[in-house]
Design a protein around this ligand. Structure first.
Ligand code: BMA
Length: 250
């Protein structure tokens, strides 16, 4: 990424996982980063500006955008806030479905709604979706639906704001070693089997391993940068080949 330094960036869900990796990558390239999250992680304590933000609450999302744009317009916005819950449509409660939609997708709508009017021409947005927007495993109805929403929202915003030269793209990670995925691995593999479960999940990806958060952050940084100046409304998989492969065995 060779953008001029001093980009002003805001990352929802930037305190851990892919969001934190993206925050670090952007800071390495000279960006001023504000993290909006429900809890400050110990790692992000001194590194970036931080604001408490529950993305279910519109006024908190607006406050985060105001905080990030106190002095400068917003060049880069990343939405990397997400939770994963398990269940089919039948065994997902209405409350749980609403919560997943609210954190994973509605919050992105709120964030972009508040941020886009404060973005200059040349601004860029990346939403962190998932391969599960395109193909999914069992029992992820609410999560897959929320990630599909992000995909459609990406395209809609790309079309609407192209005239302002604001670009909007989505990244679709496969299984990545993050606190969210570790908590799923703990649930399905048990505390002792966590590393083994991650390894098994990794083996279902043609590259034979789960991804690292900074591998997704590199893609995010590229899509935000001026090097991606002709890319908008696009979705990029970073999934170790997961979706390229059919489950058919020779
Ligand atoms: C991610 C999460 C992971 C999952 C991966 C690949 O978005 O849902 O738990 O392993 O997709 O399906």
């Amino acid at each position: 990424m060779q953008d001029p330094l001093n980009k002003n960036a805001l990352i929802f869900g930037g305190a851990s996982g892919i969001g934190w990796a993206a925050a670090q990558t952007m800071m390495e390239h000279g960006a001023k980063v504000t993290i909006a999250d429900v809890h400050r992680s110990s790692e992000c304590n001194d590194a970036a500006r931080y604001i408490d933000c529950d993305v279910c609450k519109a006024e908190q999302v607006c406050a985060a955008v105001r905080y990030a744009t106190e002095r400068d317009p917003l060049d880069w916005l990343v939405y990397s806030t997400g939770i994963q819950r398990y269940g089919s449509v039948v065994d997902t409660s209405v409350e749980e479905y609403d919560l997943v939609q609210s954190i994973n997708a509605r919050g992105a709508f709120l964030a972009c709604r508040a941020a886009i009017p404060r973005m200059p021409k040349g601004g860029a947005i990346v939403l962190v979706s998932s391969v599960q927007a395109l193909a999914c495993q069992e029992s992820v109805a609410a999560y897959a639906a929320s990630k599909g929403t992000l995909e459609a929202l990406t395209r809609a915003m790309a079309v609407d704001h192209a005239k302002d030269n604001i670009r909007v793209n989505a990244v679709l990670p496969g299984t990545v070693d993050t606190p969210m995925v570790r908590s799923s691995a703990r649930r399905f593999g048990g505390a002792d089997g966590l590393e083994q479960t991650l390894q098994q999940w990794g083996e279902s990806h043609p590259l034979g391993r789960v991804g690292h958060a900074d591998e997704i952050a590199n893609l995010i940084a590229f899509l935000l940068s001026d090097k991606a100046s002709f890319i908008t409304g696009a979705s990029y998989r970073a999934d170790g080949g997961l979706l390229a492969q059919l489950a058919v065995r020779l």
